[in-house]
Design a protein around this ligand. Structure first.
Ligand code: IPM
Ligand code: MN
Length: 352
């Protein structure tokens, strides 16, 4: 097949990890007889520098017309002045919203070879296989904001329809997996969470009676995620809780540099990006972990292009590279490590 992929390297380590991932996609294309074309566009800080805005029209138009979008990361100290009118992160939020990508899938599957890198006891990690479905286009991220000399506000709003669609997406996923959905909220305090809980309960009763539903408060969820991670299958939650819980969950996998994500809506186009940020402290050194971006590319093949065998081939190759202890510095703080390009090459070498 032929596919048009828009590539948004962004800032910090973004360009390095994306540059390392494209050859993996090329290798898959040649092995399976596909043709992928890559069109690079600006987003985030680099777009502010070049175009004065974090999401140029040309970037959004290209993304709309593409089959899928592969993204690196945005942000950095250069654009972090608290008084700045525009921030790189606004570009990322705007493109998610404009493309209607309300469901952000973040799989968490600790790899045996990376167990040493996790601060959690290995015996708790065996068999952990979680997908967090984070609501991505609503909540406090997108509510009105105000700021005066003496105070500031961020509005958190959710509509019934916004909760329904993301709960349905998560429940459908749970149905294909182990049939268990955990909905996370703060219903003891927040009205939006009480709405969330009501809607989740109704949707599950009416449409997914075969999937078990469990409600958890976000604070205790933060604890259970580390104390009994095997108890969870699919977790669905609102935007900010999902952001926070998935950085936490990355410690189950051993490194933030291993967690991939797919941002999906009702259409075909999705955005695929690692869950980590632009890591300005290590940018330009060639040492960033490319595996999360490579695994995001696998999700791109699966979810936007329908290429399941190709996605599985990438995932197996990353597993094999980890088995061979091809570790970047984040995975091997005191041991031997390789650079970004070598790690990606190790994946290509193991594509079979
Ligand atoms: C993420 C990131 C973004 C978010 C930032 C960069 C805006 O942390 O994708 O998890 O908060 O959604
Ligand atoms: Mn985040």
């Amino acid at each position: 097949m032929h596919a048009d992929i828009v590539v948004l390297p962004g800032d910090g380590i973004g360009p390095e990890i994306v540059a390392a991932t494209l050859p993996v996609l090329e290798a898959v294309a040649s092995r399976f007889g596909h043709a992928f074309s890559f069109a690079e566009h600006d987003i985030g800080g680099i777009a502010i520098d070049r175009h004065g805005v974090p999401l140029p029209d040309a970037t959004l138009e290209a993304a709309r017309a593409a089959d899928a979008v592969l993204l690196g990361a945005v942000g950095g100290p250069k654009w972090s002045d608290p008084k700045a009118k525009v921030r790189p992160e606004q570009g990322l939020l705007a493109i998610r919203k404009a493309l209607g990508l309300f469901a952000n899938l973040r799989p968490v599957r600790p790899h045996a070879a990376a167990l040493d890198a996790s601060p959690i006891k290995a015996e708790l990690l065996a068999g952990v296989d979680i997908v967090v479905v984070r609501e991505l286009t609503g909540g406090i991220y997108f509510g009105d904001k105000t700021r005066s000399d003496t105070d500031a506000t961020d509005l958190c709003r959710y509509s019934v329809a916004e909760v329904e669609r993301v709960v349905r997406r998560a429940a459908a996923l749970a149905r294909q997996r182990r049939g268990h959905l955990t909905s996370v909220d703060k219903a003891n305090v927040l009205e939006t969470s009480r709405l969330w809980r009501d809607v989740a309960t109704r949707v599950m009763r009416e449409e997914f009676p075969d999937v078990t539903l469990e409600h958890q408060l976000v604070d205790s969820m933060a604890m259970h995620l580390l104390s009994k991670p095997r108890a969870y299958d699919v977790i669905v939650t609102e935007n900010m809780f999902g952001d926070i819980l998935t950085d936490e969950a990355s410690m189950l996998a051993g490194s933030l540099g291993l967690l991939a994500s797919a941002s999906l809506g009702d259409g075909k186009v999705g955005i695929y990006e690692p869950i980590h940020g632009s890591a300005p402290d290590i940018a330009g050194k060639g040492i960033a972990n490319p595996y999360a971006t490579i695994l995001s590319a696998a999700m791109l093949l699966r979810h936007s292009l329908g290429l399941e065998a190709e996605a599985a081939a990438i995932e197996a190759a990353v597993s094999a590279a980890l088995d061979a202890r091809v570790f970047t510095a984040d995975l091997a703080p005191s041991g031997q490590s390789v650079g970004t390009t070598q790690a990606a090459q190790a994946v290509i070498d193991r594509l079979g």
